[in-house]
Design a protein around this ligand. Structure first.
Ligand code: AMP
Length: 399
């Protein structure tokens, strides 16, 4: 019998899933149940290069999970559900409790629940997803893989905000970071690309619709750009990233809006979208920039500068760097952004990339730096689900 693991990312109205064979880390299928709670929910599954799609009512996550399991058998993707040995769940917020992934028992569940105020939409939905799988497959082990766990190694002076200390003591207000599963994966893959470097210092740039950077010293996170929530750090598709906190006060006052409304604007209407006025998608912005749209050009420049500023900061923080990694939607697929970012750092850090190669690399592993470059620069497609698989196998002792 084959041994399989399901990697799950449950949202408030969706369940994304990927089924892996443990032995060779092969993806058997991937899919999504979307618009859960509606009569026209969407079920999609990709396997063997084919896509199956159905529109049907899916009242809740439990029905969504039953549907996934039913379809696996119906389409003979598994011989029996018994082939599934464990389920790994992406959990956005692990707070101060989790430095590593954890087996989902009562204690883990209670802590994820207690962390709901720090990630209201995400953690609540992850729990609904976990409980649905637990109900459908009660004998199976489940593992929680936290986006924040990798960043728990930061020192106090890195994760604390200079606000009254009691706010940290009373409310746990501090930097947690995000995309930790991705940064960990990227740092590990970067280390493999330079196996001769004993203690690699890596700056990982996970830049997509949400973006964050991480400084990784010998596999350990020392700093990351996202903060208490994914609003902090570099400018993003629709999010501000770091700004002077008084902008909140002043913008509310001038626009006659309350803090909640402005918070939504900082999350949903700012960043590349807010500056360009065109889109949050770099492809649309690139098209507009090529036609001479000044605000689109400005948005590109602002984004590149903010990423470059963090690279500079982390170069200092790590006492140098052996590799800069570009990943996620923009980092993997948008050569113009990689070029604009490298242009900002090349003089100070002695970085040089092969521009022709850069212009051709989309969605695949590549080393862009020339032999002359003082820091290697690479593109590494991220794979958070693979990390979920690996942690599920490790923590449930599956072989
Ligand atoms: P992510 O959140 O990592 O999936 O990144 C999605 C973002 O990457 C999109 O909003 C675009 O701004 C950007 N992007 C640029 N080129 C591509 C591409 N070819 N495919 C997907 N995303 C792209």
């Amino acid at each position: 019998m084959r041994k399989l693991v399901m990697a799950v990312n449950a949202g408030s109205s969706s369940i994304k899933f990927k089924l892996y064979e443990i032995k060779n880390e092969r993806v058997i299928l991937s899919g999504i149940v979307d618009r859960i709670g509606h009569n026209d929910a969407i079920f999609k599954m990709n396997f063997n290069g084919e896509e199956r799609k159905a529109i049907l009512p899916v009242k809740n996550h439990e029905i969504g999970v039953d549907l996934i399991l039913e379809k696996l058998v119906e389409f003979k993707i598994v011989e029996s559900i018994e082939e599934i040995q464990g389920v790994g769940h992406r959990i956005v917020q692990g707070g101060k409790y989790f430095q590593d992934s954890a087996v989902l028992n009562k204690d883990t569940e209670d802590k994820i629940e207690a962390l709901i105020p720090l990630a209201p939409l995400h953690n609540a939905a992850h729990l609904v997803g976990f409980r649905a799988f637990k109900k459908a497959l009660p004998k199976l082990g489940n593992v929680a893989v936290f986006d924040t766990a990798f960043h728990q190694t930061m020192e106090e002076q890195d994760f604390l905000y200079p606000i009254p200390y009691e706010y940290y003591q009373k409310h746990d207000i501090r930097r947690y970071g995000a995309h930790g599963t991705s940064h960990k994966y990227l740092a590990e893959e970067a280390a493999k690309l330079m196996s001769e470097v004993k203690h690699p210092r890596v700056i990982t740039c996970h830049i997509g619709s949400g973006s964050s950077l991480c400084a990784v010293n010998d596999g350990v996170c020392v700093a990351t750009s996202m903060g208490l929530t994914p609003l902090g750090g570099v400018m993003m598709g629709t999010r501000t990233g770091d700004i002077d906190p008084s902008v909140m006060f002043f913008a509310c006052q001038e626009e006659g809006k309350d803090v909640k409304e402005m918070y939504q604007i900082f999350n949903k209407k700012s960043g590349l979208l807010g500056i360009s006025g065109v889109s949050n998608d770099t492809r649309d912005i690139e098209d507009a920039a090529l036609k001479g749209n000044k605000r689109a050009i400005l948005a590109q420049k602002m984004f590149a500068r903010r990423v470059a500023d963090f690279i500079g900061q982390y170069f200092v923080r790590l006492g140098g760097a052996d590799m800069i990694v570009f990943s996620a939607g923009i980092g993997e697929n948008a050569p113009i952004y990689r070029k604009l970012i490298v242009d900002q750092i090349k003089e100070a850090l002695g970085v040089e990339i092969d521009e022709e190669l850069n212009s051709k690399v989309r969605g695949k592993l590549a080393v862009l730096s020339t032999p002359k470059s003082k820091i290697r620069v690479s593109v590494i497609p991220t794979d958070e689900e693979l990390m979920i698989l690996r942690d599920t196998v490790r923590l449930l002792n599956l072989k």
